[in-house]
Design a binder for this molecule. Structure first.
Ligand code: HCA
Ligand code: CU
Length: 371
């Protein structure tokens, strides 16, 4: 499926830092910005513009030095006059204004009505332009639970008042790919602005929903490293970079730098990376089962969607109770070791019942001892 050339917005330093107990130091932030830049993200959301976040003007300044114009630097804020005024003093390349669009958020949380939302959004956009902010995105919070007519009407207001793009937030992660597809199509039909999506991972579908959005015509997506974010987090940057670069052949991103960046964020956030974590888990290229080992030895494409080296990994074969005769035979053959049928049978039996898992080197040593 053809997709528009996507724009990746990283929100590790904004939504990612909303994760309980995650607080990046300035130094962490600088290194993360460097890593994101190297990978090729198009925009970095640096934080929440609020007068309480006094560190932000300096962070934007530092980020400009680090990125040297290679990606857009944005700030996120609510539609509050003092926050927008503060954002302007930080000189971001773009301000991501956020406004709730679902009735529960509008009525129960804010105690307002739809009309108030429309007026507030209009005033906020006018204020942002008047303050000299060069680009303004409008994020529609809880878009996936909003009334479609009001969602469209809000997007039209954003367009009418010059918004640079709109962003649909699946705030509680309830979308499925098909639902996300419909949401994006509705938006693309309603306005001529670039459409972004912000997907949460409450049901493990954030990446699938983000890719579905791109396939449905969306122009940008939000992601965070390791999916850091509220609750189950957000769309994982490593997964979308991986999919775009390694499956769809998008050349602008550099998945080979993912392990380093993910490790850095994991350490800064005090998180472990599961060994089977997509793209960056330490064991994702380790194989022990006979069927897969045989296929991998014939041609790695059989059981790998991309070469491990593309993400700085190495294929590792392990030989133990799941390993079959054919896979072992192929390994020995490749190493120039010739065993007769009886010897192979005996070797396989000993490996499978030995209660140990051997690596390739250990297998060869073990086999040499046996013959
Ligand atoms: C949040 C807000 C947000 C906003 C997204 C956006 C969401 O819950 O912290 O402005 O595009 O998920 O709705 O992150
Ligand atoms: Cu969010």
């Amino acid at each position: 499926m053809r997709i528009n050339q996507p724009q990746l917005i990283d929100s590790t330093l904004r939504e990612g830092e909303q994760t309980p107990s995650v607080a990046f130091t300035d130094q962490d932030k600088h290194k993360i910005i460097q890593g994101l830049c190297r990978i090729g993200v198009d925009e970095i959301e640096l934080g929440i513009a609020s007068p309480l976040n006094t560190y932000l003007p300096n962070l934007v300044k530092e980020a400009k030095k680090i990125t040297a114009g290679s990606c857009r630097l944005s700030l996120w804020c609510r539609c509050k006059a003092e926050d927008i005024a503060f954002a302007a003093t930080c000189f971001p390349d773009l301000l991501a204004l956020s406004i709730p669009v679902s009735d529960p958020h509008i009525q129960e949380r804010l105690g307002k009505d739809r009309d108030w939302i429309s007026k507030t959004l209009t005033a906020s956009l006018q204020q942002a332009w008047a303050a000299g902010i060069p680009a303004v995105s409008v994020g529609m919070e809880d878009a996936s639970r909003a009334d479609t007519d009001f969602l469209v009407a809000t997007a039209k207001i954003a367009q009418q008042h010059g918004a640079t793009r709109i962003r649909l937030a699946d705030t509680v992660g309830i979308c499925s790919p098909a639902r996300m597809t419909r949401l994006v199509q509705t938006m693309k039909e309603a306005v001529s602005l670039p459409v972004a999506v912000h997907c949460h991972n409450d049901f493990g579908m954030a990446t699938a929903n983000s890719i579905a959005a791109l396939e449905a015509g969306a122009d940008s997506l939000d992601a965070t490293v390791l999916g850091l974010g509220e609750r189950a987090g957000n769309c994982r940057l490593e997964e979308v970079i991986g999919y775009l670069a390694l499956v769809l052949g998008e050349q602008r991103y550099h998945p080979e730098f993912l392990p380093e960046l993910c490790q850095l964020v994991a350490e800064s956030a005090g998180r472990d990376i599961a060994e089977n974590h997509p793209l960056v888990g330490s064991a994702i290229f380790t194989c022990e089962s006979g069927l897969h080992q045989h296929g991998l030895t014939v041609n790695p494409d059989m059981y790998e969607p991309y070469a491990p080296e593309r993400v700085g990994g190495t294929r590792r074969l392990r030989f133990g109770e799941k390993t079959g005769a054919r896979a072992i035979q192929l390994q020995l053959h490749k190493a120039g070791l010739r065993l007769d049928e009886m010897q192979i049978k005996d070797l396989v039996h000993r490996i499978r019942s030995g209660g140990q898992v051997l690596n390739q080197e250990q297998l060869l040593r073990f086999a040499a001892k046996c013959c």
